[in-house]
Design a protein around this ligand. Structure first.
Ligand SMILES: Nc1ncnc2c1ncn2[C@@H]1O[C@H](COP(=O)(O)OP(=O)(O)OP(=O)(O)O)[C@@H](O)[C@H]1O
Ligand SMILES: [Mg+2]
Length: 146
């Protein structure tokens, strides 16, 4: 377990950027945490570090947004699937959207906000990050297994 405290949105984005540099294709990252905990901010930093095309809007209404990188990352990531499961009513709804194909993409990385909503679909090797709101500007981020 590693725990980080960030003191601004920028620091949370920087955390996401460093995470991107260490992430290999085929990884599923689950971002747990309440409303405003910093899930999207972390993912925005992740996307920016990989040079994904802006804007990095959270796919709350469309559920999934796919980014095709113009150039694969140093670790070989070619596509990033950003999922916001907040509005999902049942895991089967996510299955119908094609979740298993995104997870099976050998050059892809899947980033999930509100993973609790689709828990039964998450692969066993999913890496979980837990974000907690501490104060207006401070957030705690715990990374499982690192
Ligand atoms: N240290 C910090 N880290 C991240 N966000 C911060 C921090 N300090 C302030 N903020 C602000 O808090 C909000 C965090 O929102 P963000 O969208 O990242 O959270 P979220 O976990 O994705 O929430 P939601 O569940 O609504 O999608 C943003 O407005 C951001 O600017
Ligand atoms: Mg969000």
């Amino acid at each position: 377990m590693a725990t980080f405290i960030t003191h601004s949105t920028e620091e949370t984005r920087a955390f996401g950027a460093s995470l991107a540099q260490k992430t290999v294709p085929g990884t599923v990252l689950a971002f747990r945490g309440d409303l405003g905990a910093g899930k999207t901010s972390s993912i925005q930093g992740f996307l920016e570090a990989l040079g994904a095309e802006k804007p990095y809007t959270s796919p709350t209404f469309v559920i999934m947004k796919e980014y095709r990188l113009s150039k694969p990352s140093e670790t070989g990531i070619a596509r990033v699937y950003h999922i916001d499961a907040y509005r999902i009513e049942s895991p089967s709804e996510m299955e119908k959207l094609g979740f298993e194909e995104w997870v099976a993409d050998p050059e892809g990385v899947v980033l999930v906000e509100w993973p609790e909503k689709i828990a039964p679909l998450l692969p066993l090797q999913t890496k979980t990050l837990s974000l907690t709101w501490l104060s207006d500007t401070d957030r705690e981020i715990t990374v499982e297994g690192s």
